[in-house]
Write a protein that binds this ligand. Structure first.
Ligand SMILES: O=C1O[C@H](COP(=O)(O)O)[C@@H](O)[C@H](O)[C@H]1O
Length: 479
């Protein structure tokens, strides 16, 4: 599909990873690349890494060997853990990359140093910014000063900016460097098979479309509760929090796929137009009534004792960073007017819950004589692992006149590639379908900004839940 729609796009020959010695590159990006190359789906490629750590080539090779051996990281869910890559079709490519790839220690916000890094790259280059947004912006300004090799594609990790204003600024500088179709703003949820499954479920089954609207739908939840706690990521997370980390990017995209109108094709233009359209119609409800924030206190996640978030290494307790964010949004269009969409993500919760739940309205009239309480029909679309569940009332076993609840459930196998591998496949194939478009990145910030403001002004109290449970939150003492 991608080839027919995007045959005109130029493939990249060198992938340059900025921030190559950082956590994200080691944990997700390079293993995703390794997996992609191992399947033999990617074009011939050179790999150049650059970071501020003063690594020699041996250290870099060690990082690649580790990443390509794909020891699953703590953040990889079980369905993303792979067997060894040995004997895969691209095995020889991986070994070649390990041998030939180079690492350049540089501060890429400095034009002369960035020039030195680019000199090691051949052909059209894909520059992957695995960097915090402010550093990405400065590196883009440095690129503007030194100029870009022809055909360059920019691949920018999330979060795209820290707020609407910085996202607009970053979009402006990126737009001066390359045309929009050469920009890949990464949201790895768009590469998740569970998320892409929403498209097949909605648009390949005629039975759902007529009822997929306010007339029949009572409410929609998009939930991503993880059992992971901070896992040593304070430097990034403590300045971000759950709202910026998960809702602003990932969960709003899931909402968009659930709520958008059917696209005529799965070409990037059609799908991204539909996503943009529905997000433009989306607004957060009044934050005081429709949002919740909390952070975990000390507790136990499975066998692990977890300290309170405020006591985690590197955390500034006065910052009031939330590890649970919940926001209800509304979509002001004909299809969805008045239906609450509640988005929630929390860290440090067991059991995990990662799903979209569509709850339908009750029947207008239950025939007199049917006994029991009728419950609304529900569709659950699993976001991890892959599963689907339709909850219905039926005349079940036993008394033929009483209602029983049944669940028609199925689970299906995982994807060939992890989410980062799928997103990178799009990048290497020059297909922006799974990348966030610039206007959409800004739209996502517009939606969450009233909530960010209300929270920063203390209009919504910060609750607390014990790690490992979603027990009623209480207000945290942040003094
Ligand atoms: O981007 C992020 O996503 C992960 C959750 O995604 P998963 O694919 O690893 O389940 C989240 O834990 C992390 O905080 C966030 O930065």
């Amino acid at each position: 599909m991608a080839e027919t729609v995007h045959a005109a796009h130029q493939e990249i020959r060198t992938l340059l990873v900025l921030g190559a010695s950082g956590d994200l590159a080691g944990r997700l990006l390079l293993p995703g690349l390794g997996r992609l190359l191992a399947t033999g789906r990617a074009p011939e490629l050179r790999l150049v890494g650059s970071g501020v750590d003063d690594w020699d080539q041996a250290q870099w090779r060690e990082r690649l060997t580790e990443a390509f051996a794909v020891q699953p990281s703590i953040e990889m869910a079980p369905w993303e853990r792979f067997p060894s890559l040995a004997h895969e079709p691209g095995e020889a490519t991986l070994r070649r990359l390990e041998r030939e790839s180079v690492y350049v220690c540089a501060d890429v916000t400095q034009p002369a140093e960035l020039r030195r890094v680019l000199d090691r790259c051949a052909g059209p280059v894909g520059i992957y910014f695995a960097l915090p947004p402010a550093v990405t912006e400065r590196a883009c300004l440095a690129l503007e000063e030194i100029g870009l090799p022809e055909g360059t594609r920019l691949i920018i990790e999330k979060p795209f900016g820290n707020d609407g204003e910085s996202a607009r600024r970053l979009n402006a500088v990126v737009g001066r460097l390359v045309p929009e179709e050469q920009v890949h703003r990464v949201d790895h949820f768009l590469g998740k098979s569970t998320v892409l499954n929403i498209l097949g479920f909605r648009f390949a089954n005629r039975i759902f479309e007529p009822i997929w609207r306010a007339t029949h739908v009572e409410s929609v939840e998009v939930v991503y509760d993880e059992d992971l706690a901070l896992e040593g990521r304070a430097r990034y997370y403590d300045r971000s929090g759950a709202l910026r980390d998960m809702i602003q990017s990932h969960l709003l995209h899931v909402l968009a796929l659930v709520a958008m109108d059917p696209p005529p094709t799965l070409g990037d233009r059609d799908v991204r137009d539909r996503i943009a359209e529905v997000l433009r119609a989306t607004r957060a409800g009044d934050p005081e009534q429709h949002s919740r924030r909390a952070r975990y206190g000390a507790g136990r996640i499975g066998a692990r004792e977890v300290p309170s978030y405020a006591e985690e290494a590197g955390v500034d307790p006065a910052r009031e960073t939330e590890t649970l964010a919940e926001v209800t949004v509304f979509i002001d269009n004909w299809r969805w007017k008045g239906v609450p969409f509640t988005l929630r993500s929390a860290k440090g919760i067991t059991p995990t819950r990662k799903e979209v739940v569509v709850t339908f309205k009750p029947v207008p009239h239950l025939p007199v004589g049917l006994e029991g309480t009728s419950q609304p029909a529900r569709v659950r679309i699993g976001l991890g692992p892959e599963c689907l569940d339709l909850e219905l009332d039926v005349n079940g076993s036993g008394d033929p006149w009483s209602l029983d609840r049944v669940s028609l459930s199925t689970s299906f196998g995982g994807a060939e590639l992890p989410a980062y591998g799928e997103v990178l496949a799009g990048v290497l194939e020059a297909d922006p379908l799974l990348s966030v478009r610039g206007d959409v990145a800004e739209e996502c910030w517009r939606i969450v900004e009233p909530v960010l403001t209300a929270w920063s002004e203390g209009r919504v109290p910060l609750g607390e839940y014990p790690a490992g449970s979603l027990a009623e939150t209480q207000t945290a003492d942040v003094s």
